[in-house]
Write a protein that binds this ligand. Sequence first.
Ligand code: GLN
Length: 259
Amino acid sequence: MKKLHFITLLLTLTLVLSACGTSDEGKDGNAGGEGEKVYKVGVDTTYPPFEFKKDGEYKGIDIELINAIAENQGFEIELSSMDFGGIIPAMQAGELDIAIAGMSITDKRKKVVDFSDPYFEAGLSLVVKGGNTDIKTINDLKGKTVAVKKGTTGATFAQENAKEKGFEVVQFNDSPAMFQEVANGNADALIEDYPVIAYAIAQKELGLEIVGDRLNGDQYGIAVLKGENQDLLEKINKGLKELKENGKYDEILKTYLGE
Ligand code: GLN
């Protein structure tokens, strides 16, 4: 009995010590050394210009940004694509270390994740089928159906306003499915982040139109699991700051958004 306790204690100690060892190596900046931790990064590849796949390759502002931060700070990452609504749960289950997914910094999310300094100004827009003249603001949604994407700030905004404004909310797993629903007339409107819908409309004939001003303003941040990854968060913030200072951040934005 006693012996077993001792072995358990020894094992625990070994584990604790080796865990410390890994993070110390990180601090020394031994980038790419053998046995170096590879941080798993959750992304939402239905979200151009922030994240998408082209010819099987990851592209977009978020992808280039996290790669540049990792390179600048000397850590390794591995990308993992999933529906936006699955990202925070995957983090909580220990399957992801980092999330960069056009994710808005919100007080609700701050209860479960720690956010980096903001890296992009966004905010929500109301969107209708091209040529729809009935809906000019969210006050014109009585009896209408509004499409949103699961787990997003757009979904929360819709749910908070549905009762008062008298509309119904339908949820989708990804942005293209939600766009399609309004384009083909199954839903009357949708709520999406302004930079994403503006980019999508500029890129191709979606048959959609943004109405009015942005519904709110928010900022994107990079998330790590709350209280678990302070070293990593510090590196992310440091990397972000350096990329802003050395022009790389502007260069990445320019690649996708133009001047
Ligand atoms: N910015 C929105 C949010 O944080 C949408 C993000 C997304 O759909 N990838 O909820």
